[in-house]
Design a protein around this ligand. Sequence first.
Ligand code: SAM
Ligand code: SF4
Length: 333
Amino acid sequence: MSKLIDTYGRKHRNLRVSLTDRCSLRCTYCMPNDFAAWIPNDDLLTTDELITVIEVAVSQGIDEVRLTGGEPLLRPDIVEIVERIASINDAPRLTLTTNGLRLNELAQPLARAGLNRINVSLDTLSRERFKTLTYRDRFADVIAGLEAANSAGLFPIKVNSVLLQGINDDEAPALLAWALENEYSLRFIEQMPLDAGGIWDRATMVSADQIYKDLSTHYSLTPVDGRGSSPAEEFFINGTSATVGIIGSVTRPFCGACDRLRLTSDGQLRSCLFSNEEVDVRKVLRDPNKEIQEKRIEIASRFQKTVLSKLPGHGINDPSFIAPARPMSAIGG
Ligand code: SAM
Ligand code: SF4
């Protein structure tokens, strides 16, 4: 039972935990290629600190934890982190979002450690386009990572794709054909203004409507009823039970059903990707004058404070909207 209920009645059950802001790719929509404002190492939560915060979150009713970043598989002790979260009392359902580069070596150990499922991000089926989009020539590693996730049984494997005008905006049907062939569950995400003042432009953003139209020229799509708190609108494909998702974060916001909170890798709680406020739990964890039990009580109260500060919506479509100063890689996607 969630104790994290905001002033609009939304119950929070899902915590996105960023393990690092570092990344092995430079996806143009996520962070500038020359980005240099990294979080200092000393500010990153240690694994013990992380586990304390997650235990408190679980005691407040969080029942799903998604590990993310930056690139979560760059965290050297990622397998131990998964193992420790999976052994918490009333362990939450545990998932992870990755660019897939280290998945070939890590899929089996992660599955054994207790990871329930995985999301892999891949925006194109072309090695050349992958290089243009990410500034790195690592397409083959992602494909190998996906195959390893498959062998490790991290099902259902969800693939996230962002389409950018003039780069891969013609690829929606081909990506879906590939996903169906490989039994991956594909979800397109509308590009959001989260690249720290970089390239986002509403006028050129590939919209959910456009993605739907492109897919409809090749597939018959029937809406799936009962979206719950999922950000994706799901569609059955060609009358089968296979589905595709479209996440219209900008043009079809789903804030009314949001059940997510976020913990950044430097120990800041956020009520929304787009909030301009953060609540510091690192300071509590490192307070030399508090015993561990006092720290836990204070962290629980900071979860409450975060939830109570949550706005009804992200406000991207308000004229007064200000994009967060931190890029997506530092907030945790
Ligand atoms: N590095 C991992 C990855 O790429 O999967 C995890 C972190 S990444 C920030 C999580 C997800 O956010 C990815 O699927 C990525 O495509 C998506 N993302 C990043 N920046 C975005 C943006 N500006 N708009 C929409 N989605 C974005
Ligand atoms: Fe890295 Fe993921 Fe951001 Fe791409 S989307 S730069 S892989 S954190």
